[in-house]
Design a protein around this ligand. Structure first.
Ligand code: TYM
Length: 327
């Protein structure tokens, strides 16, 4: 079975961008691949964070991922820091990764602007740790949203560099793209993200979700209810494609272009479809929150399994780099 690796940061509420861009895709892969999914706490500390909240955020991230379909009996879901080889391999990669490659990463540039007061080395080195996550398990495929394609490309470059310098060791992992495009935030301009506070959280109260959708930006050229709308320019329409197929949305597409429905009408339909889709997930989240021991045990079991793989690969890396004598 080919192996898959992907990760998510425990930085707060999981939103529909994470869900449509990543987690939904992850859940659909668990029976066809050896899937390893990771809650990347070391990545999460590259921006400001509250130590007192870290453990609850890790647990909540695990709960939501399991509720979205990452059944711990059919895939691995673990916490990055429980397998210390991730940071060890990062150090080796640091020594073969040019600073210039890291400085040109779009995410680093964006986050440096957002967190001007805290541009730390971890933020710059984030992609090297991500490469270590993936290559430590010699993963073949990496299902991620569009914003992460550049990091996976750098991972491939690091794998090639390591192999050239120290001998064939790592496969070059490939991106598995999601069906839905990058989900923009409610402002309709920037990527939906926790840090921009422009998101719809998977487990937010229903009235808050409606309030967020109701005030979200649509096709800005449509000024009045009677103006025809253009779904191709409407973020609400794009979000809707995550919850309904394009064919099922044909009637809305037509009604919108003919001004038969207004933006608020469309938002109400999206709200109903989204809530119907999320209902079983939200109910499973409530159950799992009452059963934290089950979640903790699942995380620990996965970490033990992943560590076995990681220790073996790290031994190989140490031997190849001369850090430890070859047996
Ligand atoms: P994170 O937590 O920022 O994002 C988790 C996943 O959600 C996707 N995503 C989106 N997709 C579509 N539209 C959006 N608005 C949106 N926002 C987030 C991201 O593409 C991602 O797939 N760097 C990774 C975490 C990571 C990782 C790894 C991933 C660490 N190590 C190794 C793969 C392999 C990240 O972006 O997490």
């Amino acid at each position: 079975m080919k192996r898959i690796f992907s990760g998510i940061q425990p930085t707060g509420e999981i939103h529909i961008g994470n869900y449509l861009g990543a987690i939904q895709n992850w859940a659909s892969l668990i029976d066809d691949y050896d899937c390893i999914y990771c809650i990347v706490d070391y990545h999460a500390i590259t921006i400001d964070f509250d130590p007192g909240m870290m453990q609850s955020r890790i647990m909540e991230t695990a709960i939501i991922n399991i509720a979205c379909g990452l059944d711990p009996d059919r895939c691995s879901l673990f916490v990055q820091s429980h397998v210390p080889e991730h940071t060890e391999l990062t150090w080796i990669f640091n020594c073969i990764t040019p600073i210039g490659e890291l400085e040109r990463m779009t995410q680093f540039k964006d986050k440096s602007k957002q967190h001007r007061h805290n541009i730390n080395i971890g933020l710059l080195d984030y992609p090297a740790l991500q490469a270590a996550d993936i290559l430590l398990y010699k993963a073949h495929f990496v299902p991620v949203g569009e914003d992460q394609f550049q990091h996976v490309e750098l991972t491939r470059e690091i794998a090639r560099k390591f192999n050239r310098r120290f001998g064939e060791t790592f496969p070059e992992p490939q991106v598995l793209p999601p069906d839905t495009p990058r989900i923009l935030g409610l402002d309709g301009k920037k990527k939906m993200s926790k840090s921009m506070n422009n998101y719809v959280g998977l487990t937010e109260p229903e009235d808050e979700i409606w309030e967020k959708l109701r005030t979200a930006v649509t096709d800005e050229a449509r000024k009045r209810r009677t103006d025809p709308g253009n779904p191709d320019r409407c973020n609400i329409f794009t979000i809707h494609t995550g919850f309904k197929s394009r064919e099922d949305l044909e009637a809305i597409d037509r009604d919108c272009r003919e001004a038969a429905i207004g933006c608020v009408d469309h938002k109400r339909i999206l709200y109903d479809d989204m809530m119907a889709h999320l209902a079983p997930i939200r109910s499973r989240v409530r159950e799992l929150r009452e059963n934290v021991d089950y979640v903790k045990e699942a995380l620990e079991k996965s970490a033990r399994r992943c560590r076995e793989i990681a220790v073996e690969v790290m031994d190989e890396v140490r031997a190849k780099t001369g850090i430890r004598p070859v047996n």
